[in-house]
Design a protein around this ligand. Structure first.
Ligand SMILES: [Zn+2]
Length: 85
């Protein structure tokens, strides 16, 4: 497990970080002004972290506009229901 000075979770590639970002937005209810919105390459560790600052990630924005996020959220809620039965 790679550790970073920032103590943030480390993602090895931008693709993994974006998937984690979309996954986080899928699993948790965030208001419009909270939660992670983007990924960035870290100057300390050279890998990627999620950030709640800055412009919204294009892939996340695409998922939000094309309905994938809503679909995944519904699917996740069903999975949670099944697991907690
Ligand atoms: Zn870092």
């Amino acid at each position: 497990m790679i550790k970073c000075l920032s103590h943030k979770k480390v993602y090895l590639t931008v693709e993994i970080a974006e998937e984690a970002l979309i996954g986080a937005r899928t699993r948790f209810e965030y208001g419009n002004q909270s939660g992670p919105v983007g990924v960035y390459q870290c100057e300390d560790c050279g890998y990627y972290h999620l950030t709640s600052k800055g412009p919204i990630n294009p892939r996340l924005a695409e998922c939000q506009s094309n309905g994938r996020l809503k679909l995944e959220k519904e699917a996740q809620q069903w999975l949670d229901k099944i697991k907690h039965k």
